[in-house]
Write a protein that binds this ligand. Structure first.
Ligand code: ZN
Ligand code: ZN
Length: 134
């Protein structure tokens, strides 16, 4: 069984997921833009995986946007995105950025592209630096 591990920015919340990811989706919808503060969410979905909180379960809060399927779980100390066990929908959603173990999977879909921000359409040509530029 594949073991994935992850944590939040402050380290208070630590989890593991036993199992495989079925899909890796970049969602450009407006809910995900607000939720992440960025151009899109990057979420891994697992229908068969088992999520276990190793630390800080009590700090995890899940916000469910009324009348939608959009939810977001986060560490109440640092605000980082952490996984959501969507029991009703039968899957676990893991924000890719909170994983500490590498994944082989690459994104297989970009969704809600009709909501894509204009500024995120031309990123290949942006000047790049290995670290903070001098
Ligand atoms: Zn935290
Ligand atoms: Zn979305």
């Amino acid at each position: 069984m594949k073991m994935h591990k992850g944590s939040c920015l402050c380290g208070s919340v630590v989890f593991e997921l036993a199992g495989e990811f079925d899909s890796f989706v970049l969602c450009h919808c407006q809910h995900c833009q607000k939720d992440t503060g960025s151009a899109h969410a990057a979420n891994l979905f697992s229908t068969s995986g088992t999520l276990t909180w190793l630390k800080g379960r009590g700090l995890v809060k899940t916000f469910q946007l009324p009348e939608t399927q959009h939810s977001k779980s986060f560490c109440q100390n640092c605000g980082s995105s952490v996984p959501t066990h969507a029991e009703k929908l039968g899957f676990v959603v893991v924000p890719a950025g909170c994983l500490d173990t590498p994944i082989a999977k690459t994104p297989n879909a970009k969704i809600f592209m009709r909501s894509q921000t204009k500024w995120s359409k031309c990123l290949e040509n942006v000047q790049s630096f290995e670290a903070l530029p001098e």
